[in-house]
Write a protein that binds this ligand. Sequence first.
Ligand SMILES: *Cc1c(COP(=O)(O)O)cnc(C)c1O
Length: 374
Amino acid sequence: MSYKVRYVYPDRLYRILKKELDAAYFEVMSKGDFIDRQQLRRFEEDLASFVGTKYAVGLNSGYDALHISLRAAGIGNGDEVIVPAHTFVASASAIVNVGAKPVLVDVAKDFNIDCEKIEEAITPKTKAIMPVHLNGYMCDMVRIMEIAEKYNLIVIEDACQSLGAGMMNEGTGMIIKAGAWGLTGCWSFYPFKILGAYGDGGAITTNDPDVALFARRMRYNGEDRMTGEYHGHGFTCLLDNMQAAFLDIKLKYLPKWIDRRRKVAEKYRISLCDIEDLMLPHYKDPRRDHVYQNYVVRSKQGDEFSSFLADNGIEVLNQFRKPYYKHIALELEDHGFPETEQLSKEVCSLPMNPELMDDEIDYVISVIRRFYNR
Ligand SMILES: *Cc1c(COP(=O)(O)O)cnc(C)c1O
């Protein structure tokens, strides 16, 4: 099927950045700088300063960021970690793979964990909360940090979809970005994230020097590169130097790209907000901003709506039609999470990327209006 409007345009982006990306490629190739070189260190510094933390540690993927964070927090056998019922499966898999139990909590209308339902999920075994900032919109971290403090829980933010999003801290009136609230913020640079590599990539951000040091060792088989001493059984999960070089170039443009995403979102909002059967991702909390990693609408017509768009040449995603806890092999407890059940039938992510042309956005809008005027 040939699409009229694609979900993302990596080819267009490459044409825009070609000079810079090619130069970075030639520099890394000509020097043979593949592992743990200055490009990685520079990107880590720039990422930490963008997020507003003291440290960033580049890892191989978002999954690794979650996994290493849980280990840094000492979470393992017999522990419970609270995680939303609506997220990418990696959030829960990282918890299972350190031997702990994910305790699922339903989400609210903004697709993020329902803060009103967290306390009832806490037991004497609960060690941590893993809020997931989905689609580019942060969880209510003010509330989550209050709960964590009250019950003495560690917070590990799965911020893989929300680089650049922020929330105002009422105490100080300062905006604190996603990934700078918890013990760690976990990032993914999977190609189609808001900051995408050309292959897998990830990172953690943290203000804790011990956590940063732990991650630097664990990503390199537990080894301290200066002394050669192994400080534990580790993993091979370092962010490639080449990917770091590409990411550092793209990071400079991120604020501009986020502005463009917000303009695209505003265009969708203005043109679609009168359709009753369509719920748009615009929320009322003035303390939080949205970076629109994804523009996820909820259509009462579900698959019929998504198929109509696809049949008219618009590439859309339906994440996730089948909630992860309904996959039998994962052996997770299904407590019948009503909001997750309902939204998973209705979600549809519209094309959203900074390279979208105005006439392409207009086309998407016209097809949606045609669907609802049938
Ligand atoms: C992408 C993503 C991950 C995993 O990232 P990878 O880099 O693919 O391992 C985890 N959580 C969420 C919410 C994500 O969107």
